[in-house]
Design a protein around this ligand. Structure first.
Ligand SMILES: [Zn+2]
Length: 405
């Protein structure tokens, strides 16, 4: 087993799930415990400027001996998604995988036909959980790749890479990854998050993302004498949901299409709340979605004059694609590095966001590099040992290209 795989397995076993219901930063103490472990390992490696911000970011530097002085940042998030269990992760290695479905435990089966490019790893080693938890390759694979690259560079006589700034962050999975991040303290000119999936893909676009929060106040009265008096908040909310275009829901859209996604309704007659998210790749598309929500608000106010209706919308993150157009080097070098690893490079869009979406708008243009992991946030999550190693190669080669500029 390679040192990289070994390191990944060691990190994957540690529970670092974040928690959206917690109001602390980071949302769970176990993330800080993992950062403390990484802090020790960075210091044993001989990294410089190691600083652990107790709100949830671990920073470090490696001077580099390349010819340029552009500072390159590498980031990975230490938390795993709270959408699937993250305690007692027990990674399983499926060696000499025969390309057939992998049954982990009852009801948890990984079908090669339902996952992007699994069959390319037939004959190799696939790593999964035992089916009772997620695996956490998102983003322990990114953490392991960065740590392994640092160790390689420090032990190597060839340090022809740019000055590097490293950041391990928390709470990415609950959308708060950049809340306490300090771009000035980070000090990188460009950065790469190592948080992508399939090898070959270099993610340069994410959604533009907004949230929409509806609050309804109704009027409660005994149902036997409710005629003309009762205003049922629950009916107002279900009416809002059923007015949304069904073809523009996550389950009915793909590729470059955006969507409306009603996440949750909680309601009784007297009051209720509907939480939604809106996603679109273009800013014009997002503006039109926001306008649609405002028209819906007007219409629903006319339809239910007795209800108190409020709609609050706020921006969550934006597509960094526009920013990355201004200086294409971070993208071009990553594509070139991918080609050097013998893969077909492809610039791609994430139907979601990364810390890099927000970081790009904080002044550090950021591209997302692959980890090789797939089916994130689920008990079916898997990563191929070879995919992990190819991703390591892509990140290292990208740094080497920067080092020759
Ligand atoms: Zn991730």
């Amino acid at each position: 087993m390679s040192g990289l795989t070994d390191r990944f397995l060691r990190y994957a076993r540690i529970n670092t799930a974040s928690d959206s219901s917690s109001s602390t930063s980071p949302s769970t103490a176990r993330q800080i415990e993992f950062l403390r472990l990484l802090e020790v390992e960075l210091s044993e490696l001989g990294m410089e400027d190691i600083e652990l911000d107790e709100k949830g970011t671990l920073y470090a530097s490696l001077p580099g001996e390349g010819s340029g002085d552009t500072v390159i940042g590498l980031l990975a998030h230490v938390d795993t998604s709270p959408d699937a269990p993250g305690e007692n992760v027990n990674p399983i290695l499926h060696r000499n995988w025969d390309g057939m479905p992998i049954e982990l435990c009852e009801g948890v089966v990984i079908l090669p036909s339902q996952t992007t490019d699994m069959l390319r790893y037939a004959g190799g080693t696939i790593i999964t959980s035992d089916g009772t938890t997620l695996l956490g390759a998102d983003d322990k694979a990114g953490v392991a790749i960065i740590m392994e690259i640092l160790e390689t560079l420090i032990k190597s006589s060839d340090k022809a890479v740019p000055p590097l700034r490293i950041a391990f962050t928390t709470d990415e999975e609950v959308g708060r990854g950049m809340d306490n991040f300090d771009p000035a303290r980070f000090g990188a000119d460009f950065a790469y998050t190592v948080d992508g999936g399939s090898v070959g893909k270099i993610d340069t676009q994410t959604f533009n993302a907004w949230s929409a929060d509806w609050k309804i106040k109704g009027r409660e009265v005994h149902p036997g004498s409710a005629e003309g008096i009762m205003v049922n908040a629950l009916r107002v909310l279900t009416d809002i949901v059923s007015s949304l275009p069904p073809e523009e829901m996550p389950e009915n859209s793909s590729g470059s299409e955006g969507y409306y996604y009603p996440l949750s309704i909680s309601s009784v007659t007297s009051e209720g709340n509907l939480k939604m998210i809106l996603r679109d790749f273009t800013s014009e598309g997002m503006t039109s979605r926001i306008e649609t929500m405002r028209s819906l608000e007007k219409w629903i106010k006319v339809k239910y004059p007795g209800a108190e209706i409020s709609l609050e919308m706020s921006e969550q993150y934006m597509n960094p694609g526009e920013i990355l157009k201004q200086d294409r080097r971070p993208v071009e070098f990553a594509l070139r590095a991918t080609g050097k690893m013998g893969l077909q490079p492809e610039e791609s869009s994430i139907r979601g966001g990364t810390d890099g979406s927000r970081l790009s708008f904080m002044g550090v243009p950021t591209v997302n590099l692959p980890t090789g992991g797939e089916l994130f946030h689920s008990r079916n999550e898997w990563i191929a040992e070879q995919g992990l190693e190819l991703s390591y190669g892509i990140v290292l080669e990208t740094l080497r290209i920067w080092g020759t500029q």
